[in-house]
Design a protein around this ligand. Structure first.
Ligand SMILES: *[C@@H]1O[C@H](CO)[C@@H](O)[C@H](O)[C@H]1NC(C)=O
Length: 181
């Protein structure tokens, strides 16, 4: 039921984590001046949040996962007997750039992992830190849906890990909380 092994990987990061910044502050600080994206609609899946699967067999070629299609995981090469890792990038990041690629490639050398990545790049563009912080709630909610989808398709909760960088680590924490009921 829970993400059994929750790895909070906080790599060296240039971003300061602001505890408890309010959405209102986000409006004043960044939306007005930079056209930042602040999500107000909490429905998943959301077009700005994408999920991909990599496996040792398919190599660095990513395959998009659609949680509305129950065959999606199978087509992408998901193996329920393998362990799962969900990798989530941080502020001003994307799933296809360092440091996420370093983590992904490390897992790719192993044959026993389904490697999922969450790309929420459109919701975390520099310098929109405060709206990014607010958007993590939606990304957490949608990643919890991805997690439930993986479990529905036979994934092993005890062998599922979440690795997040910077704000991505917070999202991992939220996914765990959302599953914890
Ligand atoms: C944000 O990301 C872009 C594109 O990867 C990069 O060029 C830029 O240096 C980053 N900005 C900060 C402040 O990290």
């Amino acid at each position: 039921m829970h993400l059994a092994k929750l790895a909070f990987l906080l790599l060296a990061s240039s971003t300061n984590l602001i505890q408890d910044a309010s959405g209102g502050m986000g409006n004043i600080f960044d939306i007005k001046y930079w056209r930042c994206v602040l999500k107000k609609q909490y429905t998943c899946p959301d077009n700005d949040i994408r999920y991909y699967l990599y496996t040792h067999e398919t190599g660095p070629k990513r395959l998009r996962i659609d949680i509305r299609n129950h065959l999606s995981l199978k087509y992408a090469g998901f193996d329920p007997k393998k362990k799962n890792v969900i990798i989530i990038h941080g502020f001003n990041g994307t799933e296809s750039k360092s440091p996420m690629t370093i983590i992904r490639n490390a897992y790719l050398t192993r044959t026993d992992y389904n490697i999922f990545t969450v790309d929420w790049e459109p919701l975390t563009i520099f310098p929109c830190y405060l709206s990014s912080l607010s958007n993590t709630k939606l990304v957490g909610q949608c990643t919890a849906k991805l997690y439930a989808f993986i479990m529905d398709q036979g994934g092993d909760a005890r062998e599922t890990t979440c690795v997040g960088h910077s704000l991505g680590a917070h999202i991992c924490g939220m996914v765990w909380t959302l599953q914890d009921h």
